[in-house]
Ligand binder design. Structure first.
Ligand SMILES: [Zn+2]
Length: 317
């Protein structure tokens, strides 16, 4: 068996050398859903990533999908300046993140899928097809982002999920699906497995917005990854609730299904842009408390060995 690799923006890398993985974050982002909260400054995002690295993050997975201000060239620049490997994403978000008239609303499944496959196999499109003639960037995507809405998926979201399923199978990468307030998890797994995606290639994001440990254990038992990322979101709930959730899901036998990310999606959450708590929060404030709760072995599984499996490239059949 060849050693498993991941695809970073600077090329393939052994999955065993990722270190602690921030499994869902953003270094550059722009969306009509969060006006005034965009961040797109190379110097500041580099400074933020540097702080993340100093806090102990080994690898960042940038889950910014097509059409949300993705900057493959700047991701390469941050990675080269900081020495942090970055895994970038192709794929699409839920409807709310695309302005009226954006091609992602009504493109065919074939077009949607073909653009994902190009990002994965050739190089990420530098302008997300607003300028169709632009040459692909040197950076290839190493993961796929998808999105559903609150307790449902629209017709367009289902079309994009289908394209993401095709991209995942053709490119051999996992799909991370945004869940709205942690809802529609079982249904997303039903849709993607129905399209032929193996459960271990599915990652459900933000399930901790609905911190229901019994429900999470049920979904984890289907063989998918659950990615938690609301640490430091004090406006939703205190971190102790997320620690309780992790402890219960681990006690139910699902430590191998958990991933942690920070999903910093707003300028106001980044220290380099004048906000907080910043990219250092996960490792500096949250992970020490996780270690106290569940011990070092389980914590290292969640931070290191689970993401090494989740983001490993699988050669398509
Ligand atoms: Zn995100």
């Amino acid at each position: 068996m060849p050693e498993p690799h991941v695809m970073t923006v600077t090329g393939p890398m052994p999955a065993s050398s990722l270190g602690a993985v921030d499994a869902h974050d953003h270094l550059f982002l722009r969306t009509p859903a969060l006006p005034g909260d965009e961040f797109d400054d190379l110097e500041r995002s580099t400074a933020e990533a540097m702080e993340g690295r100093a806090s102990g993050i080994g690898t960042i997975v940038d889950m910014t999908p097509i059409g949300l201000g993705r900057r493959p060239d700047l991701l390469r620049a941050v990675s080269e300046a900081t020495g942090i490997p970055i895994i970038a994403a192709s794929g699409y978000h839920r409807d709310a993140h695309y302005p009226a008239g954006h091609w992602a609303h009504d493109a065919s499944v074939d077009t949607l899928a073909e653009r994902i496959v190009r990002d994965l196999k050739v190089g990420m499109h530098p302008t997300d097809w607003t300028d169709p003639d632009a040459a692909p960037d040197l950076a290839r995507a190493g993961a796929i982002k998808a999105g559903a809405s609150y307790h449902h998926a629209s017709e367009a979201e289902r079309r994009r999920l289908e394209a993401c399923a095709i991209g995942s199978q053709r490119g051999g990468v996992s799909i991370l699906v945004h869940t709205e307030i942690g809802t529609f998890g079982h249904e997303i797994v039903d849709i993607l497995t129905g399209l032929g995606v193996a459960p271990h290639r599915i990652i459900l994001a933000h399930l901790d917005r609905n911190p229901d440990a019994e429900l999470h254990a049920e979904i984890a038992a289907r063989g998918v990854f659950l990615e938690y990322d609301t640490m430091g979101r004090t406006k939703y709930r205190p971190d102790i609730d997320l620690l309780d959730l992790i402890e219960r899901v681990v006690a139910a036998g699902h430590v191998a299904n958990l991933l942690l990310g920070q999903d910093i999606g707003r300028r106001s959450m980044l220290r380099a842009y004048g906000g907080g708590p910043g990219m250092r929060y996960l490792m500096e404030r949250f992970v020490p408390r996780v270690r106290n709760r569940i011990g070092d072995d389980a914590t290292d599984a969640i931070l290191v060995s689970n993401p090494a499996r989740a983001f490993a490239l699988e050669v398509p059949a």
